[in-house]
Design a protein around this ligand. Structure first.
Ligand code: C2E
Ligand code: CA
Ligand code: CA
Length: 714
C-alpha cells in the first residue's frame, strides 16, 4: 500500500498504555496518517483536541484518570464535530450503554490488527462525511424554508404534521412544536369565503390522491384564534425514490394584498374614476339582470332614468374642465341622497348619468323621484367661490314596456330625455306609447332611406338659374328626389333632415355631386353654345357669342359635411373622374356652417376655392342673418331666400330688405341670386335692383336630366 493513495488525516490517539499507543501511532503513520502526539489522560485529551482539532480521535474507553474516555469523548464531540472511535479490551453493559450515548463512529477491540484499524477508520470517515453532508443539507433547506415568504408545512405518510416554517406558524397561530403530530385539519382550517363551508384540507387530499391540489380562489385560512386571512395555496405529495408517497408538502400564501389589488382593478373597470359611481358597463350589466328578472317574474318592475345636465358644456368651456369635474363630483352624492341603497346610479360619461330603480311598478313613484332629483340639482353648487346654477333633464323608461335588451331600452330613455329637453330645462319625461310609435316609425324611415341609397332610388332634378341681364341659363341647381317604388316622387324636405340625423347626408350629397358632374359633362359633349329658357323650355341658342359663356351646376352641401376631413380631396377626385373643371361647379352652403364648424369650414372653403369652385351662401336671410361673417368667408354669390322675394312686389318692407342685401353684397364684391321668383313683377323689380341671377317657377321648375336632354335635341 502506498502512502500517497491515502487521504492524509490528523488523528489523535488517547491511550494510557504507552506500548499500545506507540504501536497505534506507528500503524497509523504506516497507513499514511499524521499522529502528532499521543495523549494518555482524558483531561489532556480534551485540551489537545481543542487545540489540535484532529480529524479523528481514537479513544481508549478505560483511562486511569478521573476523566475516563467516554467523558472525554463527550466533551470533545460537544465542542467539535469530530468522529470518535473507542478502543477497548473489554466492556461491561453499563459502559457500552454510556458509550453509545456519545454516538461513537466505531469500536475497536484490543488487540487489533492493522487491517481492522484501517477499515474502522475508513468507515468512520465515510459515515462522518455523510452525516455532515446530511446535516448541512438539512440546515440549508431549513434556512430556505424559514426565509421564504410563503408558509410551508409538511405531513408524514400518515397525514400528521411533521414540519412548519415560521410563516406557516404566523399564518395559523400554531407553533411548529405544538403542531407536529397533529392533523392538518386541526392546524390549517380553510373555509370558503362565500359559502362559509370547510374546504377539504389540501395537505391530506394531495396525500390521498397523490396529486397536486390547489385551494379554490376564495379560500380563507382560519387562525387558531379565529381570525380569517385570504390565502392561496397548493399541496403536493412527497414521493420517495421508488415513487411511493411518503408525505405531502403544502405552500400557503397570504393573498390579502393580491385580493385587495384584484378587487381594486375590478372596481376600476366597473366604476367611473371621477365620481366613483358605477360606470356604463356595470350599469348595463345590472340593467340586463333587471330586464331578465322582469321577464321571468311578472310582479317585478323597474324604472330607468337617463339624466343629462343642461348647459354643462357652457360651464365646462367657460370655467374650465377642472371646475366642470368638481361639479360632476358634487352631483353624485346629491343624486344618491334621493335614492335607496338598492338603486344604481351610474355615470355614463360626460354629463350623462343613469339611474336604475328596482322593484318599482308604479310610475308615479318614479316621477316623484325624478322631481326630487330635478329640484335637488337646481339648488346652487358652491365651487371655488363660484355659485353655479345648473339643471338636468330626465328621460324615464318603465319595464312595463317589455324590453329584451339594454340597447333598445336606453334608446327610448334617450328619446324621452330629448323630449324633456325640448320642454325646457329641468324637466322630466316618461317614455310612452306615442313616443314608442314615433320611434318605431323613425326607425322604419331610416331603414327605408338606407335602402333607397343602396337600391339606387335617388334621382337628381335640375332647376335653371338665369342671368337676369341676358336671360341665359347661368347654372343648373341639382336637387335630389327619392323615387320610392309605390310612393312616387318624394321631395328632399321629407328626408334630408333624416339623412342628416342618420349620418347619411354626406353619402347622398357626394352621390348627387357625382351625378350632376357626369350629367353636365355629357351635356358639354352635346355641343357648345349658351342655354336659355324659350317658351318655358330649355334650349340651346344657335348663334351665341363666342367664346360661349360656360354653364355651371350648383350642388347643395349639408353643413354636416364640414366635419369630414377628406372633403376637399373627395371633391377634387369627383371633378377629376368626371372631367369637369372647378369653375363648372358651384357649391351651396348655408349659414349654419359658419356657426357649427366655423374654423374647419373657413379652411375647407379656402381649399375649395383653390380648385376654382365657387361658393354660394344659400337661403340667406332665414338663418342667423348676421352680415358680420359675410366678409370673413370666401363667398362668391349670396342666394336671397325666397321668403323675401315672394311678396316683395306688394310688401314694401320686404322690398327694402332685398334692396339692402343686394347693396351690401355688391359692396363686398359678391353677386346675388334671388330664389323663388314666381312673377314677372318680381323679376322686373330684381332686374331694376341690379340682382345678377334669378331662380324660380317663373323660369322653370326642377326637371329631370333626360327631359332636359330631349328638349335640347328637339
Ligand atoms: P334649396 O336649396 O333652397 O332649393 C330650392 C328649393 O326651392 C327646391 O325645393 C326648389 O324646388 C324650390 N323652389 C324653386 N323655385 C321655387 C319657386 O319659385 N317657388 C317655390 N315655392 N319653391 C321653389 P326642393 O327641391 O324641394 O328642395 C328643398 C331643399 O332641400 C333645398 O332647398 C335644399 O336645401 C335641400 N336639398 C335638395 N337637394 C339636396 C341635396 O342634394 N343635398 C342637400 N344637402 N340638400 C338638398
Ligand atoms: Ca340650394
Ligand atoms: Ca335656397
Amino acid at each position: 500500500m502506498t502512502v500517497e493513495n491515502v487521504d492524509r488525516k490528523t488523528i489523535l490517539v488517547v491511550e494510557d498504555e504507552v506500548v499500545i499507543a506507540m504501536d497505534l501511532q506507528a500503524t497509523l503513520i504506516d497507513l499514511g496518517h499524521a499522529v502528532p502526539t499521543i495523549v494518555t489522560s482524558g483531561e489532556m485529551a480534551v485540551q489537545v483536541a481543542l487545540e489540535l482539532r484532529p480529524d479523528l480521535v481514537l479513544m481508549d474507553i478505560h483511562l486511569s484518570d478521573a476523566v475516563d474516555g467516554i467523558d472525554a469523548a463527550a466533551q470533545i464531540t460537544q465542542a467539535l464535530d469530530i468522529p470518535v472511535i473507542y478502543l477497548t479490551a473489554y466492556a461491561d453493559e453499563e459502559t457500552l450503554q454510556r458509550a453509545s450515548l456519545t454516538t461513537p463512529f466505531g469500536y475497536i477491540l484490543k488487540p487489533f490488527e492493522a487491517r481492522e484499524l484501517r477499515a474502522n477508520i475508513d468507515i468512520a470517515f465515510y459515515k462522518h462525511g455523510i452525516e455532515k453532508n446530511l446535516r448541512e443539507n438539512r440546515q440549508w433547506l431549513l434556512t430556505v424554508l424559514n426565509s421564504i415568504s410563503e408558509g410551508v408545512a409538511a405531513s408524514d405518510a400518515s397525514g400528521l404534521i411533521k414540519f412548519m416554517n415560521p410563516v406557516a406558524e404566523a399564518l395559523t397561530g400554531w407553533s411548529q412544536t405544538e403542531a407536529i403530530g397533529r392533523s392538518p385539519t386541526e392546524v390549517f382550517q380553510f373555509i370558503d369565503e362565500f359559502t362559509r363551508s370547510l374546504i377539504e384540507n389540501p395537505l391530506l387530499k394531495s396525500l390521498q390522491d397523490g396529486n397536486t391540489i390547489h385551494l379554490p380562489e376564495n379560500a380563507l385560512l382560519r387562525t387558531r384564534l379565529g381570525h380569517e386571512t385570504p390565502v392561496s395555496d397548493s399541496a403536493s405529495p412527497i414521493r420517495n425514490e421508488r415513487g411511493l408517497v411518503e408525505g405531502s408538502v403544502m405552500v400557503v400564501r397570504d393573498s390579502t394584498e393580491q385580493r385587495r389589488m384584484e378587487a381594486q382593478l375590478e372596481h376600476n373597470a366597473l366604476h367611473d374614476a371621477l365620481t366613483q359611481l358605477p360606470n356604463r358597463a356595470l350599469f348595463l350589466n345590472r340593467l340586463q339582470q333587471a330586464i331578465d328578472r322582469a321577464r321571468r317574474l311578472p310582479e317585478f318592475g323597474f324604472v330607468v332614468m337617463l339624466l343629462d345636465l343642461d348647459r354643462f358644456k357652457v360651464i365646462n368651456d367657460t370655467l374650465g374642465h377642472l371646475l366642470g369635474d368638481r361639479l360632476l363630483m358634487e352631483i353624485a352624492p346629491r343624486l344618491k341622497s334621493h335614492l335607496r341603497t338598492v338603486d344604481t346610479v351610474a355615470r355614463f360619461g360626460g354629463d350623462e348619468f343613469a339611474v336604475l330603480l328596482e322593484d318599482i311598478t308604479d310610475v308615479t313613484t318614479a316621477c316623484y323621484t325624478a322631481e326630487r332629483i330635478v329640484d335637488e340639482l337646481k339648488k346652487p353648487f358652491l365651487i371655488n367661490n363660484y355659485e353655479l346654477l345648473i339643471s338636468a333633464s330626465i328621460g324615464i323608461v318603465q319595464s312595463s314596456i317589455p324590453y329584451e335588451n339594454t340597447t333598445d331600452l336606453l334608446r327610448d330613455a334617450d328619446i324621452a330625455m330629448y323630449r324633456a329637453k325640448e320642454q325646457g330645462r329641468g324637466c322630466y319625461q316618461v317614455f310612452d306609447a306615442v313616443m314608442h310609435r314615433q320611434a318605431l316609425a323613425l326607425m322604419q324611415r331610416e331603414q327605408a332611406l338606407t335602402q333607397a341609397i343602396a337600391h339606387d332610388e335617388l334621382r337628381v332634378h335640375y332647376q335653371p338659374i338665369v342671368s337676369l341681364a341676358t336671360q341665359n341659363i347661368a347654372s343648373l341647381e341639382a336637387l335630389v328626389r327619392w323615387q320610392k317604388p309605390g310612393d312616387g316622387l318624394i321631395y328632399p324636405d321629407q328626408f334630408i333632415a333624416l339623412a342628416e340625423e342618420m349620418g347619411a347626408i354626406a353619402t347622398i350629397d357626394q352621390w348627387v355631386l357625382r351625378q350632376a358632374c357626369q350629367q353636365l359633362r355629357a351635356w358639354q359633349h352635346l355641343g357648345t353654345g349658351a342655354w336659355a329658357m324659350v317658351d318655358g323650355r330649355i334650349t340651346r341658342l344657335p348663334n351665341s357669342p363666342s367664346p360661349s359663356p360656360t354653364m355651371a351646376i350648383n350642388v347643395n352641401l349639408s353643413s354636416n359635411h364640414f366635419t369630414q376631413k377628406n372633403l376637399v380631396d373627395t371633391f377634387a377626385e369627383i371633378l377629376r373622374d368626371t372631367g369637369l373643371s372647378g369653375d363648372d361647379l358651384k357649391l351651396e352652403i348655408t349659414e349654419s356652417v359658419f356657426i357649427e364648424n366655423a374654423k374647419e369650414a373657413a379652411a375647407m372653403l379656402t381649399q375649395l376655392k383653390q380648385l376654382d369652385v365657387q361658393i354660394c351662401l344659400d337661403d340667406f336671410g332665414t338663418g342667423y342673418s348676421s352680415l358680420s361673417y359675410l366678409h370673413q368667408f370666401p363667398i362668391d354669390i349670396v342666394k336671397i331666400d325666397r321668403s323675401f322675394i315672394q311678396g316683395m312686389d306688394i310688401d314694401s318692407e320686404k322690398l327694402e330688405i332685398v334692396r339692402a342685401i343686394i347693396g351690401l353684397c355688391h359692396t363686398l364684391g359678391m353677386a346675388v341670386t334671388a330664389e323663388g321668383i314666381e312673377t314677372a313683377q318680381q323679376h322686373d323689380i330684381l332686374l331694376d335692383l341690379g340682382c345678377e341671377y334669378g331662380q324660380g317657377y317663373f323660369f322653370a321648375r326642377a326637371i329631370d336630366g333626360a327631359t332636359i336632354t330631349q328638349s335640347l335635341n328637339s
